[in-house]
Design a protein. Structure first.
Length: 234
């Protein structure tokens, strides 16, 4: 068996979502012993400035994290945060490493459901990214109204604060139902906190969890079952 690639993960945005991603990496790896698992270098850095605040300086911090992961031995990168993908180019330039893109993964999976309109539950920055990637898949995004988007962010920050209770779960399901009522044929978890409180069983349309799919792709790529994405500028 050939040696697997080492995965570098930029995490901590937020910590609970990163731990959920790492648990999925472990669960999806076909292993009979410790040595069969892939090596993962992860920077769980909750000190990254808020990606939802313009000019916060998050890009520079993420670039520094990526460079450190490369220096520690990472061969390929993943970002356990949708909104942070706005800095994907900077992260790749700083590290010189290829990135397994969660936004691309999620948008492609949404298209593979056969849907033409995808509801996106995410931050404003995450929605902008999905709008671009969905357009490349000939799909249209469905999003919450400005007022409901503000309400979504309030619920999102409650999840980041550790609230996974019934009220939060009910609110998230209501947001998803609104998107479906507006014509969404599939709902995409455009923020890694969303799947912590929302599941496929909560919806009457397909539910795409890009973080889950990213974990599967990371395992496949690191074990050589799927080609490594081309590095930026390669």
């Amino acid at each position: 068996m050939r040696e697997s690639l080492t995965l570098g993960v930029l995490g901590g945005m937020g910590p609970a979502a990163t731990l959920d991603f790492l648990a999925k990496l472990q669960a999806y790896t076909p292993a009979e012993r410790d040595q069969d698992h892939i090596r993962v270098l992860v920077d769980i850095n909750p000190k990254v400035p808020d990606r939802n605040v313009p000019g916060s300086g998050a890009g520079a911090v993420l670039a520094e994290m990526a460079g450190a992961l490369q220096g520690a031995g990472a061969d390929v990168l993943a970002i356990a945060c949708n909104t942070a993908h706005a800095h994907a180019a900077l992260i790749q330039r700083a590290s010189g490493l290829p990135l397994i893109d969660m936004i691309e993964t999620g948008a492609r999976a949404a298209r593979e459901t056969g849907a033409m309109r995808a509801g996106v539950l995410g931050t404003k920055g995450g929605i902008r990214l999905y709008r671009e990637y969905l357009a490349a898949q000939a799909m249209s995004p469905v999003v919450l109204s400005p007022e409901r988007q503000e309400a979504f962010m309030e619920v999102l920050y409650r999840i980041k604060a550790g609230d996974l209770g019934d009220d939060v779960r009910t609110a998230m399901k209501a947001f998803a139902d609104e998107l479906v009522s507006q014509g969404a044929e599939v709902v995409v978890a455009g923020c890694t906190e969303v799947p912590l409180v929302l599941r496929q069983d909560d919806l009457r349309v397909d539910f795409v969890d890009p973080g889950d799919l990213l974990a599967r792709r990371c395992v496949a790529i690191c074990l050589g079952y799927e080609p490594v994405p081309q590095a930026l500028g390669a």
